[in-house]
Ligand binder design. Sequence first.
Ligand SMILES: *[C@@H]1O[C@H](CO)[C@@H](O)[C@H](O)[C@H]1NC(C)=O
Length: 186
Amino acid sequence: MFSFKAISAAALLLIASVSAAPTPTTYDSPDGTVELTGVTHSVVAGLGGLRFDPDNVVAEVGDIVEWHFLKVNHSIAESSFAEPCKPVADGTGFFAGFNFFIQDGQAPNVFQIVVEDKTPIWYYCPQTNGNHCQMGMAGVINQNFDNQDFSLRRYKEVAATTGTSIVPPVQQGGAVIPNPNPNGGF
Ligand SMILES: *[C@@H]1O[C@H](CO)[C@@H](O)[C@H](O)[C@H]1NC(C)=O
C-alpha cells in the first residue's frame, strides 16, 4: 500500500510537472509545421504473441501514434510496402532502437511519432532473433482500404517469404519517452 505521504508527494510532482511542461500544440517536421490534434493512438507490441495490437490504425494528420512494448525485446522500424522487413530504402524511415527490453510486463518507455500526412506508413519489428517480421509482426497506419493489393494482409504474406529482417543502422525519427500514461497503462 502507498502511504499518505507517498501519495501527496506523487501528487505534488504531478502538479509540478504539469505546470512546468505545457502540452505542445504543433510539431515541426522537415516538411513544415503540423498542428497537433491532441489524439493519441496506442499500439501494443507483443500483445497476443508476435503481433501489434491493433496492427491497422486509421489516423488523422496531427495525431500521435504511440507504441507500448511487452516482453521481451521488440522494436519498430518503418519500411516500404514493396519491401517488408527492410528499412525504407532512402534511409529516412523511423527506427525506435532496441530500447524496450523487458522480462515481463510493459517496458517503461514508449515510442511516438506524429502523423504528418495521409500516406500509408508501414512498419515491422526488426528483431531477427525469432524472425518477428516474418512471423507477422508488422503493422500499418492509414492503409488504402480501396486497394487490397496494398493491404496489411498482403504485406504480411510477402514478409513471411523474406527470410530475415534488416535492422536499420541507427535509431532515428519519432521519440523514445517515458510512458506518459498513469500506472503504466496503454
Ligand atoms: C535486443 O535485440 C537486439 C537485436 O537483436 C540485440 O542487439 C540486443 O542485444 C537485445 N537486447 C537484449 C537486452 O538482449
